[in-house]
Write a protein that binds this ligand. Structure first.
Ligand code: BGC
Ligand code: NOJ
Length: 811
């Protein structure tokens, strides 16, 4: 069942009922000011850091769900409704929500009154704009009341939700004309405030939640809306809010638009006050003035469209396969940009308080956005690298606001260092900007320890090289990519974090997955060395890689697939002798992507085993058989009920590894089939089962062992976005950035007989046509550039500004 449809021409998903299986959200903002906005206008806003600078309050896991947001109430006689249906939930005559790239438009209609609520965060500014247009479609004059309502958060979202003995006494506001200033804690240590404004004077306002909603009222039944109107309340402590009242009278056919804004302002310390106790509002007034002209909102929308046009023009396919084009050209790349902005911090599953930027997460996200924003990718790489320790290991996470490693989560995830090589390698292949390797970057955020980025990569490689276990495989530490495979943890007490309990290092537990990574990204490192003339280092590195590759093919090989690990007692994890968890997806994907066993047959055998044992109609599950009881020696993975998350869920993130691995072996049909099973546009028609947004990937789909097989969770913030983009854009459609230029090597299903691609790369545009007359799965017969044949499959790098036409014949 569907709850809407894709409008590809406008690059929107159009939701036609507010009763989606879960709130379906969108992200507004791509610089510093961000808003999460659901299809009913639920959500919240923050500046840079979802935990430390939260502007509006949101109660996760609330009942009913998604109660807080950017609310508009319409009072028409006795009837009260919201254009987005929530929170009053009055039935509407018409409802539609359009989630577009960086904006959301919600329209509701009732009893001849049509209201549209358009939300966006303008480029280059720190505010949310919300234009509300009310139209009288009836035959008689309408007298209406319109109320906007947001609830402020007292900045630090964690403290806001826990420290009530203090927070009930700190809230402060100022009201000045059509603007409400939220200035809690401004008198002492904060130099920032929030402002909610309207572009015309309201007929009333409230700033105390108690006055607007009522102590025992609810956002579904605000006393001011259902009763006599706003009371002009001033919040002192308790819960500051911004509510206003507009009394409208509209002739038949008449419409009126009110622009609302929610801004974040920082003042220099010595310019905080206009008068004792009175906030200096100059910067806020300038912000308000920027949007005072009626055309300003449309201008902001235009600028946003131009921004996305430019970003998405870097990779565009036209294949005749509608769903494929839709995912590649619009939604997959959009989701990659959202992971750039949010990492894993704020979604409807990530509270914005728990996690900052992950070292491995952010490095992998880079793979999905580096072609759109190479300069910001560069900056991100340097930020991440600065949280590496001198020995090559790394803080597992850092806070976006401070850019400092997060001590509470610590380090010891032994895959982390290698992801830095993966990210930098992707950057070099995309940009050819070798100067990044000379950038001096702190270790452990300490400028006195700074070294060129090249040295960071060296230490990444060396960390793995020097941390091998009894079988010559890399030690796993706290965990590898699978955060829940905690082989040195042994947690027996409720509430302990699996990620920080126990020693961060064990001398025995090893990971075959990291072995695959070491081969794949180790080779990227030695290739970099070679290009820099570091021949000896490259040769020594290759020797170390060969040894680990051998270990993967001996101790790491189970006979028909790659084992997963050895636990702290040296026992096999992910082998046929295991009672549960006999085969895992991760080492099959990573080892084959690394080319391990490609020549000798193990790679093909491993992928057959994946198909035989892990395939389901909704995607490939992470392991089989699922763990049915808690294994102290394996950790969090066995804490999930069978079929969920890392315990045999369909972890979407590593499905594309299988796509890449299948493509490595030339299996175009199978690669596409694996791609298709989890791709949102392809499963839109089962939205009632999948439940999460049909335009983006979720981290996890419940596996076949779960009662809710097929149900998605943790949508939006997942490495799935980057990896599926890599798998479809590089492995399937075959446009692969290399150190020497774009390599063209498609691996496609037989039905794709012809497709065209437009790829902007290092400042030049490549118009590529792939002809596949015989339906080959892989293989390139000829390549021409502007009509002239070239040797091999790597397109010569074109000068900046050039536009060339490339024709590729497969077969
Ligand atoms: C989740 C993992 C996640 C980890 C992050 C675990 O509870 O299952 O998917 O990577 O937390 O700390
Ligand atoms: C989600 C985490 O963000 C990611 O870093 C990890 O690799 C996966 N879960 C698997 O555990």
């Amino acid at each position: 069942m569907r709850f809407g449809y894709f409008d590809d021409a406008r690059r929107e998903y159009v939701i036609t009922t507010p009763r989606t299986p879960l709130p379906w959200i969108n992200y507004l903002g791509s610089e510093a000011f961000f808003t999460l906005c659901s299809n009913t206008a639920g959500g919240y806003a923050f500046y840079r850091d979802a935990r430390l600078r939260r502007l509006t309050r949101y109660r996760y896991n609330n009942c009913p769900l998604d109660s807080e947001g950017f609310r508009i109430y319409i009072k028409d006689g006795e009837s009260v409704w919201n254009p987005g249906w929530q929170p009053v939930q009055t039935g509407l005559d018409r409802y539609e929500c359009r989630h577009g790239l960086g904006y959301t438009v919600i329209e509701g209609e009732k009893d001849g009154v049509a209201v549209s609520q358009e939300l966006l965060v303008p480029q280059g500014d720190d505010c949310l704009l919300m234009r509300v247009t009310v139209r009288n479609d009836g035959k008689t004059e309408k007298k209406l009341r319109l109320f906007p309502y947001v609830e402020f958060c007292l900045w630090d979202a964690m403290d806001d939700g826990s420290n009530f003995q203090r927070n009930y006494s700190t809230g402060e506001v100022e009201v000045c004309g059509a603007a409400i200033y939220h200035k809690t804690e401004y008198r002492e240590r904060r130099d920032h405030y929030a402002v909610f404004w309207a572009d015309r004077k309201p007929d009333g306002f409230d700033t105390s939640r108690e006055a607007f909603i009522g102590v025992y009222g609810s956002p579904a039944r605000p006393e001011a809306v259902f009763g006599e109107g706003c009371t002009g309340s001033a919040a002192h402590g308790w819960q500051p809010v911004a509510a206003q009242q507009f009394d409208l009278s509209l002739a038949p056919g008449e419409s009126t638009a009110i622009l609302f804004g929610l801004g974040y302002i920082e003042n220099p310390r010595d310019e905080k006050w206009a008068a004792p106790g009175v906030v200096n509002k100059k910067r806020a007034e300038a912000m308000i003035a920027r949007y005072a002209a009626p055309a300003a909102f449309d201008g902001a929308m235009e600028a946003l469209r131009a921004h996305w046009d430019a970003l998405l023009s870097n990779y565009r396919v036209s294949s005749g396969e509608e769903k494929l084009d839709r995912m590649v050209n619009i939604w997959n790349q959009y989701q990659c940009m959202v992971t750039f902005n949010m990492s894993r911090s704020a979604s409807y599953f990530e509270s914005g308080m728990g996690r900052g930027m992950g070292f491995r997460d952010s490095c992998q996200d880079l793979l999905g956005f580096v072609h759109m924003i190479p300069e910001r990718a560069r900056e991100r790489i340097l930020d991440i690298a600065a949280t590496q320790f001198p020995d090559g290991s790394a803080y597992h996470q850092y806070q976006p606001l401070t850019k400092k490693g997060n001590l509470a989560v610590g380090s010891g995830f032994n895959d982390d260092p290698l992801w830095l090589i993966a990210g930098v390698d992707a950057y070099l292949r995309e940009t050819g900007d070798w100067s990044i390797l000379d950038e001096r970057v702190d270790f452990d955020n300490d400028p006195s320890l700074a070294q060129p980025l090249l040295e960071h990569l060296r230490r990444s490689f060396d960390y793995t090289r020097t941390h091998l276990g009894p079988h010559g495989l890399p030690l796993i530490g706290r965990a590898d990519w699978n955060d829940c495979l905690n082989l040195n943890c042994f947690s027996e007490h409720p509430g302990e974090s699996f990620q920080t309990t126990g020693p961060s290092e064990g001398p025995v537990a090893e990971s075959v997955f990291i072995a695959g990574m070491f081969v794949k990204y180790g080779r990227a490192w030695t290739e970099i060395c070679r290009r820099l003339g570091l021949e000896d280092e490259a040769a020594a590195g290759d020797e170390a890689i060969a040894a680990v590759e051998k270990a993967a093919l001996t101790s790491g090989w189970d006979g028909a697939w790659f084992r997963r690990a050895f636990d702290a007692f040296g026992k096999v994890v992910g082998g046929k002798e295991c009672e549960e968890g006999q085969i895992f997806i991760e080492p099959q994907g990573m080892c084959v992507m690394a080319g391990i066993g490609k020549e000798t047959g193990e790679a093909a055998r491993a992928l057959e085993s994946v198909r035989e044992r892990l395939d389901t109609k909704y995607g490939i599950v992470l392991l089989q058989p699922a763990y049915t009881r808690y294994h102290l020696e394996l950790g969090e993975i066995t804490s999930y009920p069978p079929g969920y998350k890392e315990n045999a869920g369909i972890f979407c993130h590593n499905n594309p590894w299988i796509v890449c691995a299948e493509a490595e072996l030339g299996h175009g049909e199978r690669a596409f089939e694996v791609y298709r099973r989890t791709a949102p546009a392809y499963i839109e028609s089962i939205s009632e089962i999948h439940r999460t947004e049909p335009y983006v990937y979720s981290q996890m789909i419940a596996g076949r062992d779960a009662p809710s097989f097929g149900e998605g969770k943790n949508s939006w913030l997942t490495g799935t976005a980057a990896w599926t983009f890599v798998s479809v854009s590089q492995a399937i459609l075959g446009v692969q950035p290399t150190l020497d230029g774009l390599r063209i090597d498609p691996c496609v299903p037989a039905f794709l007989r012809r497709f065209t691609l437009c790829r902007r790369y290092r400042g030049a545009v490549y118009e590529i046509t792939v002809e596949n007359p015989d339906g080959a799965e892989k293989g390139v017969r000829s390549v021409t550039v502007d009509g002239l044949p070239i040797e091999g499959q790597v397109l010569p790098v074109q000068p900046e500004g050039a536009r060339v036409s490339v024709v590729v014949y497969m077969g």
